[in-house]
Design a protein around this ligand. Structure first.
Ligand code: AMP
Length: 293
């Protein structure tokens, strides 16, 4: 297997587990702390903020680019998911990433692969309802990535808040010796949460998408002021429908600690809470969330 090699962008690229481990082991032998940022590529400023977080938290930062087939259902967008490796490597170099780990599917899932990791409770509800296969695929690949890279800290975006909690629980339950850090959502100027899937949006859809964050930030503000969850969410759903979204998957208030569903009355003001939303615009699914208070 080839060792990690410099790419045109200047960032080192490892395409095998061995090349990744050799590079990370050499850094650790020198007493250096390693941060890890798993991604599916098609990078944007949200991803790069995680790399910057890693740079501040550790001596070396590794980012992986792997479009994980196990987290897509047959009807989802695995084949059309944007793949922009050359540009991604340039962005990682600019952000000060030390190593890009870019394994092939056969390196990750060799013939005979048959193990899966599931985080029972946190994977239910929210995105787990319409994407029942999703968190099993995520937990399995992130468990493997953490075992392959063996970082001191791994950073995940609050954009995918349920995913962050699933992974934190998985690492704790399986005694994976890593700190799981959450980083804030990076937004476009108009407030739309950055996402690789925003690239699917046509111009008119993009204009509608920009209205989503206002709906959930307004809902969060009203909940913080003590209004009833039921009426705030009913108004939020009406606003989403009026804004022109094709459908609402969910709009809910949940505990930010363990995703317990909150409501129908006012929040207790003690439990940290978040408003969570998933909608469809045409064939594109968007998710976002906003802290209460
Ligand atoms: P993805 O490539 O979509 O699987 O995302 C890789 C990582 O980047 C995950 O930890 C995401 O939560 C995080 N991420 C994606 N979009 C954003 C964003 N707008 N702000 C912060 N983190 C993000």
């Amino acid at each position: 297997m080839a060792p990690a090699q410099a790419s045109n962008s200047g960032v080192l690229v490892a395409r095998s587990i061995k090349a990744l481990r050799d590079a990370v082991d050499a850094w650790k032998a020198n007493g250096q702390r390693v941060a890890f940022v798993p991604t599916m590529g098609a990078l944007h400023r949200g991803h790069l903020s995680l790399v910057e977080y890693g740079n501040a938290a550790a001596d070396r930062t590794v980012a992986s680019i792997f479009v994980n087939p196990k987290q897509f259902a047959a009807h989802e967008d695995l084949s059309s998911y944007p793949r922009t490796e050359a540009r991604d490597l340039e962005l990682l170099a600019t952000a000060g990433c030390d190593l890009a780990y870019v394994p092939e599917p056969a390196e990750m899932y060799p013939p005979g692969f048959q193990t899966s990791v599931s985080v029972a409770e946190l994977s239910q509800g929210l995105c787990g309802t319409t994407r029942p296969h999703f968190f099993g695929g995520v937990a399995t690949v992130v468990c493997k990535l953490l075992n392959q890279c063996r970082p001191d800290v791994a950073i995940f975006g609050e954009k995918d808040y349920q995913q962050l909690l699933v992974i934190r629980r998985m690492a704790r339950d399986l005694d994976i010796d890593v700190e799981i850090a959450g980083a804030p959502i990076v937004r476009e100027e108009d407030g739309l949460a950055m996402s690789s899937r925003n690239a699917y949006l046509a111009k008119d859809e993009r204009a509608i998408a920009a209205k989503l964050n206002a709906v959930i930030s307004t809902a969060a503000k009203r909940l913080a002021a003590g209004e009833r969850v039921l009426s705030v969410l009913a108004d939020g759903k009406a606003a989403i429908a009026a804004a022109g979204f094709s459908s609402i998957d969910y709009l809910e208030a949940r505990s930010a600690l363990d995703l317990t569903l909150l409501g129908p009355g006012p929040l207790d003001g003690k439990t940290p809470a978040r408003v969570f939303v998933a909608v469809m615009i045409g064939r594109t699914r968007l998710i976002d969330n906003w802290p209460v208070g």
